[in-house]
Design a protein around this ligand. Sequence first.
Ligand SMILES: [Zn+2]
Length: 205
Amino acid sequence: MPPVVPVTVVNVGYRSTNYWVVSAGTSRLLIDLGYPGTLGTMLANLKRMGVPLQEIRFGLATHYHIDHAGLAQELKQVGMPLLVLDAQADAISAMKRWTKPEDGYVDITLDDNIVVSSAESRVRLEQIGIAGVIVPTPGHSPDSVSVVLDDGSAFTGDLPPRACAVDEESGRLVDASWRLLQQLGATRIFPAHGPVRPLDTEPII
Ligand SMILES: [Zn+2]
């Protein structure tokens, strides 16, 4: 098992969406996986930011919407192992309903992913030198997860600010998710859209 070293984070995003690369040296985790049919853009951005594709040990989608997971299968085909939290498993095959033929979406195969529980995720991340955990944080979608690193960085996908919850029920889920992130020591939010911000800007009831 490699020693856990301080991680670095770069953004390889495009089309107003952040795709975060968390690196422990040359051992890397890609969080959120691009739009369908944009492999060329993703590969060009990875190259520009100095991230060799073969150093990406896992790709993880914060949730299975096409701007976050649309490129997952194409990335698998060029060598990226796909890490899936068990709470997300059912959402994978449902995603294609939201794609159009012209999107060029390649269906995600289900039998060759690395499926882990939240409890198992710490060991999986440790294996690639990253100290942290993957937790379910529903509110934007039932399958939404966040990655919380021990250094306080939290990658939250589309989890909305409390004030933006669309209804009472999702508001409760959003509150619970933010509370969990706070309990896990999250201090810095790396969202899928918009700038990095401190967690304490989030009003938590
Ligand atoms: Zn979404």
